[in-house]
Write a protein that binds this ligand. Structure first.
Ligand code: ADP
Ligand code: MG
Length: 482
C-alpha cells in the first residue's frame, strides 16, 4: 500500500487538533462542555469585552506537557502565547491566542505500525491554543449564525514533519494520537463531534526528488477513515493534474464525505498574514524542573508501554497485545487479571472474546462488567484444573454476570457442572458403559476404533456430563485394550 505510483511519491504532514477535557475554558471560567444551548457558555473574557483580561487555566499546561512526554518531545521550560491575527465572525477577539515561535513541546515522535512495519513519525511541535466559535450557514435561509460556546475551548495542536508517505501511515498516526489522548484522559478523541480534528497537508514529487512539492491542505474530515480517503483522493488528483501539465497551486480544500473528494476553500493568493506577536496580556508559561517532575509522576500508563509489557512479560502475540490495549479500561482490566492468574493467554482470550462481545452487545464499558478481574481468574483456574470443561465454562461465565457476588466455583457447583474427578464414580461409569455393550466392545477390538466416541457418549450420559472427558477417554481406551 505504500506505493503510490511508479513515477511519483507522496509527502504528507498532519496537523491534529485535540480539545482538552478541562472543566472550564483556557482563559476564562465558564464551562467548555459540548452540546449546550448556543451562546450560553460565553463570558465577557471570551468575548474580549474592553477591560477584561485572560487568565491561564493551569490544567491545560499539565495536559499539553503530558502529551509531549508521551510523544518523547522536549518540554520548553519557558514558552509563551502569541496573537494570531485574523478576522472571522466566530473569533470575537479578532485574533486567536496561540503559540508560534515558542510552543510548549518541541520535536519528538509517535511510533506507528502499518503493513510495512514500524516507523517513528517525527513531530515538529505540540502547541497550545484556543478554539474558535462555530459558524452555521445552514440553520437559517437568510442569515449565518454563530455559536460562541466553543470559543476559548483549550486545544493542543500536534504538528508532524512532512514525513508520512501514504494514507495508511496517516490512518495509523491519527489512531495512535487518539489512543494516546484517551489514555492520558486529556481529550475524548471523538472525531464526529470535532473534539479531535485532522488537517492533512499533501504534496507529490517525482520519485527520488529531494525538494518538496507544493502542498495542498485538506480539512473537515470527520472520521479517521475519511482522513485516509481524503489523502488517497488528493494524491490521485494531484498526479492527474501534473500528468496533464498543470501546476499544483497551494490551497486549502474541504473534504466532501459523499464521494471522498474535496473542493477548494481558499488559495495562496488569499493567504493570511497573521501578524503574530507575543500576547501582552499573558505572562510566559514557566514549567520548572520540579513542576515537570511532578507532571511526570502523574503520567498514567501509556498504551505503547502496556502493549510492550503484554508481549514481553505476559508472552502475548503482537496482535493480542494490540487488541487488548486499544482501550485503556480493557488493558487495565487485563492487567488486573494477570495479578491472580498465570494463564495470561486464557485471560486474553476471555477478554478479547466473550467479555468484549458481551460489552458490545450491552453497549457498556468494562467498568460495568459484573465479573471482577479476580473472578475471571477463578473461572480460568477451574478450567485449568480440569474441574470445568471449556464448553461449560461459557455457561458459568454468563451465570457469573447475573451473580456478581458468587465465586466461579460456587456458580459451577450450583449448575452441577463441576467435572467429577472422583475415581470411584468414574470407574463405575466407564465400566457400565463397556459392560452394557459387549458387541460394540468386540467391534472395537476388531479395529473399529472410532467407537471410542460412542463409549464416551455413554459415560457422559451416565454421569450427566460430569465426567472429566480427558480422564474418561484415557480409562476407556485402557480398558478396551484388554
Ligand atoms: P503553513 O505555514 O502553511 O502552516 P507549515 O510549514 O506550518 O505550513 O506546515 C504545516 C504542515 O504541513 C506540517 O504538518 C508540515 O509537515 C506539512 N508540510 C509542509 N510542507 C509540506 C509539503 N511540501 N508537503 C506536504 N506536507 C507539508
Ligand atoms: Mg501551520
Amino acid at each position: 500500500m505504500g506505493k503510490v505510483n511508479d513515477k511519483y511519491e507522496a509527502v504528507i504532514g498532519l496537523e491534529v487538533h485535540a480539545q482538552l477535557m478541562t472543566k472550564t475554558k483556557i482563559f476564562a471560567s465558564e464551562p467548555s462542555s459540548f452540546g449546550a444551548t448556543p451562546n450560553t457558555q460565553v463570558s465577557a473574557i471570551t468575548l474580549a469585552l474592553p477591560g477584561t483580561l485572560p487568565k491561564l487555566n493551569r490544567t491545560v499546561v499539565e495536559m499539553a506537557a503530558m502529551m509531549g512526554l508521551a510523544c518523547h518531545s522536549k518540554i520548553n521550560e519557558v514558552n509563551y502565547f502569541e496573537r494570531k491575527n485574523y478576522f472571522y465572525p466566530d473569533l470575537p477577539k479578532g485574533f486567536q491566542t496561540s503559540q508560534d515561535k515558542s510552543p510548549i513541546c518541541v520535536g519528538g515522535y509517535i511510533e506507528v505500525e502499518t503493513e510495512e512495519g514500524k516507523r517513528e513519525l517525527a513531530l515538529t511541535r505540540i502547541h497550545l491554543e484556543e478554539d474558535a466559535g462555530k459558524n452555521n450557514h445552514e440553520l437559517d435561509a437568510n442569515y449565518s449564525l454563530v455559536d460562541l460556546n466553543r470559543a476559548g475551548t483549550p486545544l493542543i495542536e500536534i504538528v508532524t514533519e512532512p514525513v508520512l508517505r501514504n494514507s495508511d501511515e496517516a490512518y495509523a498516526l491519527v489512531t495512535e494520537i487518539r489512543r494516546l489522548v484517551r489514555y492520558l484522559e486529556i481529550c475524548d478523541g471523538n472525531m464526529e463531534e470535532g473534539s479531535l480534528r485532522c488537517d492533512a497537508n499533501i504534496s507529490i514529487r517525482l520519485k527520488g526528488e529531494q525538494t518538496l512539492g507544493t502542498k495542498v491542505e485538506v480539512k473537515n474530515m470527520n472520521s479517521i477513515r475519511n482522513v485516509k480517503r481524503a489523502i488517497d483522493k488528493e494524491i490521485k488528483r494531484q498526479i492527474k493534474a501534473v500528468e496533464k501539465g498543470e501546476v499544483i497551486v497551494q490551497q486549502t480544500r474541504s473534504f466532501d464525505p459523499t464521494d471522498g473528494s474535496s473542493f477548494p476553500l481558499r488559495s495562496k493568493e488569499f493567504a493570511h498574514d497573521y501578524r503574530y506577536f507575543p500576547e501582552p496580556d499573558l505572562p510566559p508559561i514557566v514549567i520548572s524542573k520540579e513542576r515537570l517532575e511532578e507532571i511526570k509522576s502523574l503520567m498514567p500508563h501509556l498504551p505503547y508501554e502496556l502493549q510492550k509489557q503484554f508481549v514481553e512479560t505476559f508472552g502475548l502475540s503482537d496482535y493480542d497485545a494490540k487488541v487488548l490495549t486499544d482501550e485503556k479500561d480493557i488493558a487495565l482490566y487485563f492487567l488486573e487479571v494477570t495479578k491472580t492468574t498465570a494463564n495470561y493467554k486464557a485471560a486474553a482470550n476471555w477478554i478479547m472474546g466473550n467479555v468484549k462481545s458481551y460489552l458490545n452487545e450491552k453497549n457498556i464499558g468494562i467498568a460495568e462488567l459484573a465479573i471482577a478481574p479476580e473472578r475471571l481468574s477463578e473461572l480460568i483456574q477451574l478450567v485449568d484444573n480440569d474441574q470445568l470443561s471449556v464448553k461449560n465454562a461459557k455457561t458459568v461465565f454468563y451465570e457469573m454476570l447475573n451473580k456478581p457476588k458468587d465465586s466461579a466455583l460456587v456458580i459451577a457447583e450450583d449448575l452441577n457442572l463441576i467435572q467429577d474427578t472422583d475415581q470411584n464414580e468414574l470407574d463405575q461409569w466407564v465400566l457400565a458403559a463397556i459392560t452394557s455393550f459387549p458387541d460394540k466392545v468386540s467391534e472395537y477390538k476388531k479395529g473399529k476404533k472410532g467407537l471410542i466416541g460412542f463409549f464416551m457418549g455413554e459415560v457422559m450420559k451416565l454421569s450427566k456430563g460430569k465426567a472429566d472427558p480427558k480422564l474418561a477417554t484415557k480409562m476407556l481406551s485402557e480398558l478396551l485394550q484388554k
